[in-house]
Design a binder for this molecule. Structure first.
Ligand code: HEM
Length: 143
């Protein structure tokens, strides 16, 4: 079968129609968190709470908290639909050897929630970010 230019462009149009119009990313959670600045403030508050939280702080004694702070900010930005790139390692890889429990996971989520509350994030936005993190539990909790 020979293809002329006309049939090729018809195929190209069909392919485009199948993909559909480009959809904008929903960044409503990102905006609800206060954008990049809001996320930076939330993560800074969260790190302080985590380091003061006897349920989990021992896990972080040998960690570079500045690195975690930067990576968490990137991750929350991406998850919330913001214009960022996550430059960290995969959750399974990072937490694999830490033997994190469900109780510890929940403690950290609670600290995040308090951090959002203190930074005036509306509760429906808080819940949406927490819901985005919930699927990571399977990769992070190994005990
Ligand atoms: C939703 C829950 C969590 C998220 C989104 C999360 C996210 C992250 C991120 C982005 C990093 C940095 C990765 C990198 O450096 O490339 C990290 C590191 C780390 N996380 Fe988590 N984490 C979660 C839960 C937990 C929990 C419950 C614990 C323990 C109580 C924990 C302990 C650690 C430790 C110790 C590190 C540093 C590892 C190292 O120093 O190599 N994380 N986490």
């Amino acid at each position: 079968m020979t293809m002329n230019l006309k049939s090729l462009s018809a195929i190209a149009l069909l392919a485009l129609a199948a993909v559909g119009p480009a959809r904008a990313v929903d960044d409503s959670i990102y905006r609800g968190l206060g954008g990049r600045e809001g996320i930076n403030n939330i993560v800074a508050t969260m790190i302080k709470l985590v380091l003061a939280d006897p349920r989990i702080n021992e896990t972080f004694v040998d960690s570079d908290m500045k690195r975690i702070e930067i990576r968490l900010g990137e991750q929350f930005c991406v998850l919330s639909g913001g214009p960022c790139v996550y430059n960290g390692d995969e959750m399974r890889e990072v937490h694999g050897g830490l033997k994190v429990t469900n109780a510890q996971f929940n403690a950290l989520a609670e600290d995040l929630q308090i951090a959002m509350e203190r930074n005036n994030v509306p509760s429906y936005v808080q819940n949406k970010l927490i819901a985005k993190l919930a699927p990571m539990q399977r990769a992070i909790v190994t005990r």
